[in-house]
Design a protein around this ligand. Sequence first.
Ligand SMILES: C[S@@+](CC[C@H](N)C(=O)[O-])C[C@H]1O[C@@H](n2cnc3c(N)ncnc32)[C@H](O)[C@@H]1O
Length: 314
Amino acid sequence: MDSSPRGLRDQQVVFQAVEGTELANPSRDSKLVQGEQMKSSYQPDAVMEYFDDLGEREWERMIRTPADEAGLYIHTHYLKKHISSNEKILEIGAGPGRFTQILAALDARVLVTDISSRQLNLNRKYSRTYGFDRAIIDWKQMDICDMSELDSESFDAVVAYGGVFSYVLDKKDIALSESIRVLKPGGIMLLSVMSLWGTAHGFLDAVISLAAEVNQRIIATGDITPATSPDRRGNFMHLFRAHELLGWLEKAGLIVLDRSAANCLSLTWNEELKVIRANAEKWDELLRMELEACAEDGCLNMGTHIIVAAQKPC
Ligand SMILES: C[S@@+](CC[C@H](N)C(=O)[O-])C[C@H]1O[C@@H](n2cnc3c(N)ncnc32)[C@H](O)[C@@H]1O
C-alpha cells in the first residue's frame, strides 16, 4: 500500500497493535499499565518508519494512473489559485516534493518539512535533479503535532497535501491548531485528507473483501486503527467525510474558501482512461469536467482525497 487509500490492500508490518495486545509483564505497576492502555492511536515512530520504508515509491504516487494524474491536476489547480509569487510557504508532509516543485514554479519560497528523514532526503534529491531547490528556504524534519520551533504568524500559507491530517489520528486537533498558529492572519491553509466514501468508491473490491464487522467499524468511526482493524499491522489513518472535515475546520475558526474532491469522475475508469489520456483534446476536456464536478456538493466525498482551501481570519 502506498500512502493513498489504495493502501487498504497493504499488509506491511509496521508496528504492533496498540489495543488488545497482551501485556508482556502483568506484574508491572497499574499506573504504567493504565498509561499503555490509554496510548494515543497516533504513533509517530510508526508513521516515520512507514514513509522511510516507502521511499522512492512516494514520488510516483500522483502519476501512476490517469486517475492519479487527475488528482494531481485538481490539487495543483488550488495551489495556483491561492498561492502568489514570493509568498512564504510552510509545506508539511512534503514527501519527495511533487507539490514543492509546483510551489517553486509559482515562485513561492518554501520551508519543506516532513516527519520522515528518508522523504526529506528524497525531496533534497529531486529538488536538485529538477532544479526546484532554488525555491527552498530549508528542509526540516518535523512532526505537524510539534512545530514549536516555528514562530507564530510567520507563513503566508500552509500546504499539507496528501493526508497528514489523516495520519495523526487522535492528535488531529493539535496538528490543526499548530498549523493555524504559524499562519499569518489572512493566511491560507491548503490541505487534503483521505476520503471515507471515496475509498469505497475507488477500491470497492478491497473494501468489500474485509470482514463485514471490520468494515462497519471503519465506516462508523472513519478510523483504520488497531481498534477497528485488529489484523492490520500498519499505515493507520482516519478517513474523513466531507461534512465532518468542513465542520472541523470551521469550528477551529477557519473560513472555507474552496473544497473539492481530488478525482471523482476518473477514479474507477483507469483502463478506459488510458485511451483518453493519449488524446490531448479529450484529456483536457476530462480535466475540465473533473474540476467542475469535484467541487459539486454531490461529488465531494467521491474522490481518493478531499481538498480544502481555507483562510485564517484577519
Ligand atoms: C502521502 S505523503 C504526501 C506527500 C506530498 N505532500 C504529496 O502530496 O505528494 C504523506 C507525507 O506526510 C508525511 N507525514 C505523515 N505524518 C506526518 C506528521 N505527523 N508530520 C509531518 N509529516 C508527516 C509522510 O512522511 C509523507 O511524506
